[in-house]
Design a protein around this ligand. Structure first.
Ligand code: TRP
Length: 480
């Protein structure tokens, strides 16, 4: 992809961005986080952030990519030069690379579970299982570090292969089939979940907004999820935006991405909670939610094993198209910066991320209840990595919106937006004030609960900031 400047079709950015956005975040993470955080209240904060913060930042991030036409880290450097602002903004690129690396590490482990379930469906192992049987089978999977590592390696290896070989054709053609198919089969699952499950209870759970029931950390989780699901705040969208045609509208594209992404999450959520309440399962089951409920539905559905196998394959496809967008920005940077070739850059990123992923593997068995991470941070390594992304992505988004809103020259922004004056004003208002204020508000609200981690996070930021500021100081001195 790095060799071509622009996607072959005007609509491909949209397709690639939807491919990045729609993934485990919608099918796996949204339902389980909503379940853990009380349903409706979580959904409310999530939806508000998507529309008031997510869409404006999505526009801003695409704009930065399209305006610089470079990979995120180099692109930020280019923009700080051409717009004559501080090089400290380059921290946006660094923060993004760090989050991509962390997210990929656990994303791949979870996607690995879908490999396991594809196999189970094809083998028909779960075709007669009841709720307990399905849950027991999931627990058995988690108890085996060897199996989890195998699937993790398979998934991350295939993603690396796709990115290493160049994703251009693969993404375009693959997604055109994959996304509609996923949508269609999700509707079938929803329809079936409504007949065997309790759709009314699911709708009640998701659409009863009792904001008081949301814990402080729930606020952070909801905001983190809205960034996670739109692939925001870490340069993935910027990297794709670099290849976006100058003729496509930023606004229409951003709204379309957000709409499709939210629709997929809601359908998945409704289907899963209908099954949860129908079978008397626990909505706050945690990361296993999707993997326990859906096999149960497939077990009872006529032709369920075939449908189940197709479904989990589509989940894998959606996860793969997201994983690609996690590898791409970091790999592109390594190529530009260290003069590596593409396979070397991809391998370096993926091997390191694979190793970090082992922490997540052990978080579900050996280190589930007790580990050095519990002793230090009061949660598992997986919990800690998730928390880090809940903080890093909104922070990246905040910096992106501040940069696009305050640091970019007005004329350049107008040129990219090419939109009516009114919407331009609204967008500017959103990125100038609303998005930064919202992110700051949620950070401050959740601070008491994440205190222990807030301090290391702030420490890391100070280090990155000092580093960036120091470099910009030196660069300016050398230039004069
Ligand atoms: N959005 C993806 C999902 O919902 C996850 C993802 C892919 C992502 N690329 C990203 C998240 C970049 C943040 C940044 O599954």
């Amino acid at each position: 992809m790095s060799t071509n400047n622009v996607w072959t079709h005007k609509g491909t950015f949209l397709l690639a961005a939807v491919g990045s956005a729609v993934g485990l975040g919608n099918l796996w993470r949204f339902p389980y986080l909503a379940g853990e955080n009380g349903g409706g209240a979580f959904l409310l904060v999530y939806a508000l952030t998507i529309f008031a913060v997510g869409i404006p930042i999505l526009i801003a991030e695409t704009m930065l990519g399209r305006n610089s036409r470079r990979s995120p880290i180099m692109g930020m450097r280019f923009l700080t030069r051409t717009h004559r602002t501080s090089r400290a903004w380059e921290s946006i690129g660094w923060l993004g690379a760090a989050s991509a690396f962390i997210i990929l590490s656990f994303y791949s482990v979870i996607a690995g579970w879908a490999i396991h379930y594809t196999g189970q469906m094809i083998a028909g192992t779960l075709s007669a299982a009841d709720a307990e049987g399905v849950a027991a089978s999931f627990d058995a999977l988690l108890a085996s570090p060897a199996l989890l590592t195998l699937y993790h390696s398979l998934f991350i290896g295939s993603s690396a292969l796709v990115v290493g070989l160049g994703v251009h054709r693969g993404i375009e053609n693959g997604l055109r089939i994959l996304m509609p198919a996923l949508f269609a089969i999700l509707m079938v699952v929803l329809a079936y979940a409504a007949t065997i499950g309790d759709l009314a209870a699911a709708a009640d759970f998701l659409f009863t907004f009792d904001i008081a029931s949301l814990s402080l950390e729930g606020w952070l989780a909801a905001m983190g999820q809205s960034f996670f699901t739109l692939s925001l705040g870490m340069g993935a969208i910027m990297a794709y935006g670099a290849y976006m045609s100058g003729a496509a509208s930023l606004t229409t594209t951003a709204f379309t991405i957000a709409f499709i992404d939210t629709a997929v999450a809601l359908i998945a959520g409704l289907a899963i909670f209908a099954l949860v309440f129908g079978a008397g399962l626990d909505p706050s089951e945690g990361p296993g939610l999707m993997f326990v409920t859906l096999p149960l539905a497939f077990a009872e559905m006529p032709g369920g094993t075939l449908l189940g196998a197709i479904f989990f394959l589509l989940v894998l496809g959606a996860a793969l198209s997201s994983a690609i967008s996690l590898i791409e920005p970091v790999a592109a940077y390594l190529v530009e910066r260290f003069d590596l070739n593409r396979p070397q850059a991809v391998s370096a990123m993926v091997i390191a991320s694979w190793a970090l992923g082992l922490l997540t593997v052990f978080s579900f068995n050996r280190w589930a209840l007790d580990s050095p991470f519990h002793a230090l941070f009061g949660r598992s390594a997986f919990g800690l990595l998730e928390l880090a992304t809940n903080i890093a992505m909104p922070l990246g988004g905040l910096l992106i919106s501040l940069f696009a809103g305050w640091a970019l020259t007005h004329g350049e922004v107008m040129k990219e937006m090419r939109t009516g004056e009114t919407w331009f004003r609204v967008w500017r208002l959103l990125v100038h004030f609303v998005a930064p204020a919202a992110v700051a508000f949620v950070f401050l609200r959740s601070l008491p609960q994440v205190q222990g981690y807030g301090i290391p996070a702030i420490g890391a930021l100070v280090i990155v900031g000092t580093f960036a500021a120091g470099r910009s100081f030196l660069a300016e001195r050398n230039a004069s």
